[in-house]
Write a protein that binds this ligand. Structure first.
Ligand code: FKS
Ligand code: ZN
Length: 343
């Protein structure tokens, strides 16, 4: 399997995040991608290609222009306001406030274009966002060009980013961009299988009223787990999209026996949909030792996930999302890919 990777993610570094009232180094850090990159070579998965340059046109097919424009302006504005370090949102237009009126100051814009404090900027963030987007599109191009599968080693991740907002380490929704790109290039139907521990609220929001993208999501029950405000089982789509969004919320402590049954059900739905291409939002924060998650999957289970997905026999694009047990995510993520290839 070919992978696509860019070193430009490394500029998105040194960010901090809020955890239980304290500022700590962000869990989403450059070494995550570096370990995965090294593991690809260690197991001989296949060649690792650099991304091709892409304009932002494909991003604008799923994101609002003012939001994408903001992503590029955020850190320059932060510096122009005399600040340094991590630009982090802290005020949001929730119920009872006006969310329809774009504000002016960088402090306000950060909140206007986000749903939490988890998408933060440093100097190299915008370039890393663009590189992650280009990685996804380049890998999509490989699949479009006839490869049975490809791996987009995206960083930063994307599945929490919606049409007009960032959050949860995510800025541009790489998987959603790739899905729309396949449709624009002639695919009639695309399925997205999101196996990250966290609900892909951005992906759900983007395609919620669509019947040409089936979104299947396995995740921690939002009643008790981030992102909290989306991802329940009764969210099945709207308008002509009714029936084309499927959520599998599961409680803390869920083991592979239960999780795997949900995967089987999701795969059966994907097969019945007969998509032209399958996208996998690949998070490995379902791992038992993940520092911010609560499922109980073990390293031996990840190749089984890949093998189950391979049984669908669909052209498949894997897009990297989360996973924070830094030493082990590489083995687990690449384990899914080798399991897919039957190695
Ligand atoms: C802070 C709790 C909130 C945010 C978790 C973000 C998860 C991101 C992810 C992605 F794939 F996008 F990277 N933590 N104490 O793993 O879903
Ligand atoms: Zn996650």
């Amino acid at each position: 399997m070919k992978s696509v990777y860019s070193e430009r993610h490394k500029g998105h570094a040194g960010n901090v995040e809020l955890v239980a009232g304290a500022i700590v180094p962000a869990f989403e850090m450059p070494s995550r991608a570096e370990f995965i990159r090294a593991r690809i070579d260690a197991v001989g998965l296949g060649p690792v290609l650099a991304p091709q340059t892409h304009s932002l046109d494909a991003a604008l097919r799923v994101h609002k222009p003012d939001f994408i424009d903001f992503l590029g302006r955020a850190y320059p504005m932060w510096k122009a306001a005399g600040r340094e370090g991590t630009a982090m949102p802290f005020t949001w237009p929730t119920r009872g406030l006006r969310g329809d009126k774009p504000p002016e100051s960088i402090e306000a814009l950060l909140g206007y274009y986000s749903f939490d404090a988890g998408a933060t900027f440093v100097e190299g963030t915008w370039d890393a966002i663009k590189s992650s987007y280009e990685v996804a599109l380049t890998a999509a191009g490989l699949v479009k060009g006839g490869e049975k599968s490809a791996f987009a080693l995206c960083r930063p991740p994307g599945h929490h980013a919606g049409s007009g907002f960032m959050g949860g380490y995510c800025f541009i929704n790489n998987a959603a961009v790739a899905a729309q790109w396949f449709l624009d290039k002639g695919a009639r139907k695309v399925a997205i299988l999101d196996v990250d521990y966290h609900h892909g609220n951005g992906t759900q929001e983007i395609f919620y009223e669509r019947d040409d993208v089936l979104v299947l999501n396995l995740h921690g029950d939002p009643a008790n787990e981030y992102p909290f405000f989306l991802g329940h089982a009764d969210e099945t789509g709207a308008g002509k999209g009714v029936g084309f969004n499927v959520n599998y919320p599961m409680p803390a402590g869920t083991t592979f026996e239960v999780w795997g049954a949900a995967l089987d059900d999701a795969c059966a739905k994907a097969a019945a949909y007969k998509p032209d291409v399958l996208l996998v939002s690949l998070g490995v924060d379902t791992f038992e030792k993940d520092p911010i998650s609560a499922f109980k999957l073990k390293t031996e289970h990840y190749p089984l996930i890949g093998a189950r997905i391979a049984k669908l026999g669909l052209p498949t694009l894997f897009v990297m999302e989360g996973g924070y047990a830094v030493a082990e995510i590489a083995v687990n993520a690449v384990g899914v890919l080798t399991g897919f290839e039957g190695v």
